[in-house]
Design a protein around this ligand. Structure first.
Ligand code: SF4
Length: 393
């Protein structure tokens, strides 16, 4: 039995909205894998091997743009280290030196350089020894789960989330047509969106955060955060949970006739662009404020002047709770906060609730092209200028 419960009716509504959102948002968004530079005459094997190595650096709390960009640059300079036959001729130290390039003072892979270089070598060895040095052979199976079962625990640093990502990239490039639905890679953003909107029910997953977290290393570094968290409900995120959510989502996406190729980037982009800017999820001076409704009611000035995406969110009526990112990234905990509507007294202009296409346009202002806080494209600015959000009642 799964450790996770889904609200199926809610899932159908949210998947529908996410599909709609992603199809509208796609032109404004550049995903990390979109920035890949491969020669136009690259063979399917070369592309698949490249994506296989790119997947290695997607580990961590989030699917990150910076490590991906580093891999794209590296390919331009050292295409040989994307060929497993060449990689197995190198030592781990040599791979480490290449990945942790001297020519980039920022060293974007330094934070996990030992793990990445180990994974680079070990996964190349597995490909050469058992899969004909071709990552496409990893997916030579009738469906996702059979392919994953063959390599589960044998790919270094690649578990279900990253394997899903790799498979999705192959599908996006039309290198894999056999698999139907794939479990969406469940990271913080996917979990946040599914839990905020009630698709994944959290009641059975929550526990009061115990005093003993004061004994963790994080407590020394983030004492204020720990003080705020002790005694609140929290959900410990582990692989059992993320795999159960991924499999459950896959089944529902299939059952309702949607595609993970919309739902997956839709969830990730929505949480990263919209939910992250919700006032109650906001981070100030590198700290989540964990603003409970009572605090905001007592001190309405805390809302500040910035527009809040929740005000125009196409999912707001289904979203009861927010999940700030800091407890997750520091402690692996999802901490729910009851969501407060900022402006029940304000009404939207131009946006009849039933007209999603018009309502969507009000969300565009919150999109960042990379979803990482970089400045908005001028096209977006021009579009959003046309639509002011609120009028007073
Ligand atoms: S209402 Fe706010 S927190 Fe909830 S899904 Fe929408 S943007 Fe995210």
């Amino acid at each position: 039995m799964s450790i996770v419960e889904f609200d199926e009716e809610r899932a159908e509504i949210i998947f529908d909205l996410l599909t709609y959102f992603w199809r509208m948002a796609r032109p404004f968004i550049k995903l990390p894998q979109d920035r890949m530079i491969l020669p136009t005459n690259a063979s399917p094997r070369e592309i698949a091997n490249y994506l296989y190595f790119l997947a290695i650096v997607q580990r961590g709390g989030v699917i990150s743009d910076t490590p991906s960009d580093r891999i794209h640059e590296l390919y331009a300079k050292r295409p040989d280290i994307f060929d497993p036959v060449e990689v197995v001729k190198l030592t781990r130290e040599e791979i480490r030196a290449i990945l942790n390039s001297e020519d980039d003072p920022k060293r974007p892979l330094a934070y996990k350089i030992d793990e990445f270089s180990e994974a680079w070598l070990k996964n190349a060895e597995l490909l050469v020894a058992e899969f004909g040095a071709n990552a496409l052979n990893l997916v030579d199976a009738p469906d996702f789960l059979s392919a994953y079962d063959r390599v589960r625990g044998r790919l270094y640093g690649i578990r279900m989330k990253i394997f899903s990502l790799f498979v999705i990239w192959l599908q996006e490039r039309e290198l894999l047509s056999r698999f139907q639905t794939v479990p969406p890679p469940i990271d913080f953003h996917a979990l946040r969106l599914l839990m905020s909107t009630g698709v994944v029910k959290t009641a059975g997953l929550e526990d009061s955060i115990p005093e003993r977290i004061r004994l963790t290393k994080a407590a020394e570094e983030y004492p204020m955060l720990i003080d705020t968290l002790v005694g609140r409900p929290g959900i410990r995120v582990n692989e059992r949970l993320t795999d159960a959510v991924a499999i459950g989502c896959m089944k529902l996406i299939e059952e309702f006739g949607y595609t993970h190729l919309d739902i997956n980037p839709g969830m990730w982009t929505f949480s990263r662009n919209m939910c992250s800017k919700a006032k109650q999820n906001a981070v100030s001076r590198r700290h989540s404020l964990l603003l409970d409704p009572e605090v905001l009611r007592t001190e309405p000035g805390l809302w500040g002047k910035a527009k809040d995406p929740c005000e125009v969110c196409i999912m707001a009526e289904h979203c009861d709770r927010v999940f700030p990112s800091e407890p997750y990234y520091r402690l692996g905990l999802l901490v729910p906060i009851v969501r407060l509507n900022r402006s029940e007294g304000l009404r939207l202009i131009y946006y009849p609730r039933e007209d999603l296409s018009v309502r969507f346009r009000s969300l565009v202002r919150f999109l960042t092209r990379n979803g990482n806080g970089k400045h908005a494209a001028s096209k977006k600015e021009a579009l959003t200028e046309q639509y002011s959000l609120f009028i007073d009642p």
